[in-house]
Design a protein around this ligand. Structure first.
Ligand code: ADP
Ligand code: MG
Length: 631
């Protein structure tokens, strides 16, 4: 690998300026980019205390000549770019020639480097941008740089750093993206003497295996597309709809080997997956796009994360078409079953419906046999409501229905005396509420109608938002469990083996105790595998591995930018509104009553975890006014 001399960049002020170093992960990124540019085959990253005390990067690249090394630490000096015009043909990761200068300005740096042509290497100590020592040293060809105590001289910045788990999460993210961007480089990444990632030189699929685990790797298909003139290439791995995710962070896009965040290209890929994924799911992919550097403008962001294209429509359509063709061939035509997510859902819903209809009939039939007292006629849409009421018969609540139920007529007005016990739910600081004959779910299982007396003694109608209510109940359940020593959890008869990715592993390991306090007992099994032994009682039966993995992924994501005390509430809110924890939407009357009792027992029964109301009251007086019954 040839190297150019390090020189001052002309017109450097025209290159997107901004903070290069805001957190340890930025340092890691700049340093490994330099190693990659130096042609390294192996890059070893050693981090202590989430990069706050030490970030060391050792590479076997071409090294820095001893007579240039000092100059490399000055602002806007580079061996890669000479002037702004070079950004047009950018083929290295270098950018503004200021990474080393920015890093040494805020930390204590020790660097050892040697080129092939030199007998010995050179060692420098630089602190807060000042060179303290320079000496010859014997060492291997390559560069070994230690960055200690980032922001040691800017306490305000140091304070701004997040928890170790958050900062480490950012570093891990960077390491993963670069391992995916350069499968031809052996990346080793250790934190506090533990291996976090060790990705030997391999094909992309094996790298995905190292990072995202067996299952994800198994479900990825290789794409390799290039155009005759080789000016446009797309290659990488496209995940099958099976391994879609709830958020898009797992996917990576690389343009000319740079990891980028491009909403435009992301949308192009997502659009290409249309019809294969369930609503709210994102495709999983690792895609490399290579194109003429002059068509892209990297000069919009100091960290080079965002880009602009000369012709956005052109690139969008191009990417969309290539990916769409591939998806149609690979996931839709060849394996028709993969498109089935939506269709099979649709079919199974239909089947369920059909079944329910039959069940309804038989249930209704048995109801009519058992109940023979007063006549109640029902409207069509009240049919399944009555079916649910059937279950209440078994719960010794006297519900009297008749044969006419199945005949679907309309509710008679004089129903009141014929049904449920005259029983109110009474609790401190809670209105007196009871179920009424028409109690049931409205508007696709969103609302429940009830009757009661407000705390001011007004009588009227209560409308319960069942989701909001159960969210509140679940939230208080988790809060209580977290704050007391009593854990309401259930042991799994067959513990669940879960494969996680490095960030998730780190998150679980560093918050094992807190996660346990929420009712989940994880045990490290080795590698990236955990055993889940207990789950919160409120979850009822154990959900699918997929759902547990989804919960872990989401919680890790929530934990990424926050300290634990901040995320505690967020995680509880998340758990509180998670469907598989909250339970199904169909409620029996017993469920409704229990929901009300649980809600009445809450400390803050009137608002859900997100602050929406759980219960609304319309007094009969107001109704009278609405209907102009009062003057
Ligand atoms: P840039 O990467 O934009 O050129 P940097 O401040 O990151 O600017 O680095 C300045 C110069 O130092 C680089 O252009 C390169 O010549 C040299 N350099 C930095 N790190 C390494 C390394 N690990 N191996 C070889 N040369 C390096
Ligand atoms: Mg650089």
């Amino acid at each position: 690998m040839n190297r150019n001399k390090i020189k001052k960049i002309r017109d450097s002020e025209k290159i997107a300026a901004g903070e290069v170093v805001e957190r340890p992960a930025n340092v890691v990124k700049e340093l490994i980019e330099n190693s990659i540019d130096a042609g390294a085959k192996e890059v070893r990253v050693i981090v202590k205390k989430a990069g706050k005390t030490l970030i060391q990067v050792i590479d076997d690249g071409i090294g820095i000549p001893s007579d240039e090394i000092e100059f490399a630490f000055e602002r806007h000096t580079s061996s890669k770019i000479r002037g702004i015009e070079d950004l047009e043909t950018l083929s290295t990761l270098g950018f503004r020639g200021e990474a080393l200068a920015s890093i040494t300005a805020v930390s204590q740096v020790e660097i050892i480097s040697r080129t092939e042509n030199e007998e010995a290497g050179i060692q420098l100590y630089i602190e807060g941008g000042k060179l303290l020592e320079k000496k010859e040293i014997s060492c291997l060809v390559g560069t070994n740089i230690k960055v200690k105590n980032v922001f040691y001289n800017i306490p305000a910045r140091q304070k701004f750093l997040k928890s170790d788990s958050t900062e480490l999460g950012h570093i891990t993210d960077i390491m993963q993206r670069y391992a995916l961007a350069y499968p031809g480089i052996h990346f080793i990444y250790r934190h506090n003497d533990l291996d976090v990632l060790n990705c030997p030189v391999n094909d992309l699929k094996t790298t995905v295996f190292h990072i995202y685990g067996k299952k994800n790797a198994k479900y990825m298909e290789s794409i390799d597309y290039s155009e005759e003139d080789n000016d446009f290439k797309i290659y990488g791995l496209l995940g099958h709809p099976e391994v879609s995710n709830k958020n898009r962070n797992y996917s990576s896009l690389f343009i000319n080997h740079r990891y980028v965040i491009s909403d435009l290209l992301y949308r192009a890929v997502q659009e290409a997956y249309k019809g294969t994924l369930m609503v709210g799911k994102h495709p999983f992919f690792i895609l490399h796009i290579e194109l003429d550097p002059s068509a892209i403008d990297f000069n919009v962001h100091p960290k080079k994360l965002h880009i602009r294209f000369e012709n956005e429509d052109y690139i969008f359509n191009k990417v969309y078409n290539v990916i769409r063709n591939f998806i149609e061939e690979t996931f839709i035509e060849k394996e028709a079953k993969y498109i089935s997510t939506e269709i099979s859902d649709y079919i199974s819903n239909k089947e369920e419906l059909a079944l329910t209809d039959e069940e309804n009939e038989s249930q209704a039939a048995s109801t009519s046999k058992r109940t023979t007292q007063k006549i109640v006629e029902v409207r069509d849409e009240s049919k399944d409501l009555i079916d649910r009421k059937d279950q209440m018969v078994e719960e010794s609540v006297q519900l009297h229905l008749t044969e006419s139920i199945t005949k679907r007529k309309s509710i008679k007005k004089q129903m009141p005396e014929t049904y449920i016990r005259d029983k109110y739910i009474i609790a401190k600081n809670f209105p007196k509420i009871r179920l009424i004959p028409y109690t049931g779910q409205l508007s696709n299982n969103i609302y429940v109608v009830l009757e009661g007396t407000s705390q001011d003694g007004e009588q009227g109608l209560y409308i319960l938002d069942q989701h909001a209510a159960s969210e509140r109940i679940t939230k208080e359940y988790f809060l209580k469990m977290y704050e007391s020593s009593k854990r309401s959890k259930q042991q799994l008869i067959s513990p669940l083996k879960l494969e996680v990715n490095p960030s998730e592993k780190f998150f679980i390991e560093s918050n094992l105790k807190e996660i346990n306090m929420l009712g989940f007992t994880f045990e490290h099994f080795g590698g990236n595998t955990f055993i889940l032994r207990e789950i919160p009682t409120i979850m009822g039966k154990l959900p699918d591995v997929k759902i547990i993995n989804e919960i872990i992924a989401d919680i890790t994501e929530i934990g990424k930018d926050k300290t634990f005390s901040e995320i505690k509430e967020e995680i509880i809110n998340y758990l509180a509104c998670h469907k598989s924890i909250r339970g199904g939407d169909e409620l029996t009357l017993k469920n409704i009553r229990n929901l009300l009792i649980d809600l009445a027992n809450c400390k803050n029964p009137f608002h859900c975890a997100h602050g929406r109301p759980t219960l609304k009251f319309i007094s009969f007086k107001e109704l009278d006014k609405l209907f102009k019954r009062t003057g």
